[in-house]
Design a protein around this ligand. Structure first.
Ligand code: FES
Ligand code: FE2
Length: 349
């Protein structure tokens, strides 16, 4: 069940080489991405001639040449050259996906190209804002993306999965988040007063006494988390950049297939609070923690697969993820009710 009329991150901008091709599968569709005309192009990664992957060919200026028999395609997917032939038939083309780049993320629109709307791109500002600093990350999961959405919508797991990294206190699981509806998603706010600073805070600044922590994030379609979080000395009313930790994180999940997922993430600190060692320390803490998540969710997925008939037990802590799954189901149902719904093999050919 995937929402199609939606922007999905296919790559960080730095992952798309200047003079070569990047192959990545999104929603089960193989796509080749390359730089063209000052921006990006995203084409079906399957030559219309004998169906070889275009990503095994090469980039030539703003076009891509198939590595098998040399057909050349422009950024719109039109074949513009067939070696040994004076004529290019009009059906010689591959699907081109609408593509956009914003705040260092490269997005593809997987639905009806006529509905691609750049106003729907998320405001992942800390990815490249001069006031914030981060090292961007990528992980691949061999699990369905909704299990990872579930994880990101319930931070009670920080107390257990991340006890030695991002968590550090069982009070996180005891705190009740508030959940508010927003456009295309939910806002989740969790405040955790008077707890020990988590282990990774000490990479940023030492805390001798307890801190008040907060996590406030928007979680929006298709699976994008935009979060302000931090910690301040517990005895102090307001956070002060001089003695508090202020973080902003942007994370997004892109289904690769029904059972595998791309995960693009970064957690930024204020540029004036810490040097490159701090940036690197936060990144290493995050990678360690996200491997903890991946280990748990992968094991959960294996357990589900081993007993597909076993029922889950809904609890209060599942509220945000249950609501988000329902929102997504409703959006997918609305989309499927639209006339001329584009399918994987149609549209723009
Ligand atoms: S398969 Fe691409 S040119 Fe023949
Ligand atoms: Fe986690």
């Amino acid at each position: 069940m995937f929402l199609r009329n939606c922007w999905y991150v296919i790559a960080w901008e730095h992952e798309v080489p200047a003079d070569a091709l990047l192959a990545r599968t999104v929603l089960g569709e193989p796509i080749v991405v390359f730089r063209a005309a000052g921006g990006y192009a995203a084409l079906e990664d399957r030559c219309c001639h004998r169906l070889a992957p275009l990503s095994l060919g090469r980039k030539e200026g703003d076009s891509v040449r198939c590595g098998y028999h040399g057909l050349r395609f422009d950024a719109a997917g039109r074949c513009v050259e067939i070696p040994g032939s004076d004529r290019v038939p009009p059906q010689a083309r591959v699907r081109a996906y609408p593509v956009a780049a914003k705040h260092k993320w490269v997005f593809v629109w997987m639905g009806d190209p006529a509905q691609a709307d750049e106003r729907l791109l998320p405001d992942a500002y800390s990815n490249d804002h001069p006031d914030w600093r981060n090292r961007p990350g990528y992980l691949r999961y061999e699990t369905p993306y909704l299990l990872i959405c579930d994880n990101l919508l319930d931070f009670s797991h920080l107390s257990y999965v991340h006890a030695a990294t991002l968590g550090g206190s069982t009070a996180i699981a005891q705190a009740r988040p508030t959940i508010d509806p927003i456009d295309r998603g939910l806002r989740v706010s969790r405040r955790v007063p008077d707890v020990p600073a988590p282990p990774y805070y000490h990479r940023i600044r030492p805390f001798a006494a307890n801190v008040d922590r907060w996590f406030v994030y928007d979680f929006v379609f298709p699976g994008t988390l935009l979060m302000s979080s931090g910690g301040k000395p517990a005895e102090q009313a307001e956070p002060d950049p001089a003695n508090s930790v202020l973080l902003h994180s942007c994370q997004t999940l892109t289904p690769e297939t029904e059972t595998s997922t791309h995960y693009f993430f970064q957690q930024s600190h204020r540029a004036d609070a810490g040097d490159e060692a701090v940036t690197e320390g936060i990144y290493q803490s995050l990678v360690k923690a996200f491997n903890e998540d991946r280990d748990m969710i992968s094991a959960q997925y294996r357990s589900i697969g081993a007993s597909p008939a076993a029922a889950m037990l809904p609890l209060a802590m599942d509220s945000a993820l249950v609501r988000y799954r329902r929102l997504l189901e409703e959006a997918v149902a609305r989309e499927r009710a639209l006339p001329a719904q584009p399918g994987p093999a149609s549209a723009a050919r």
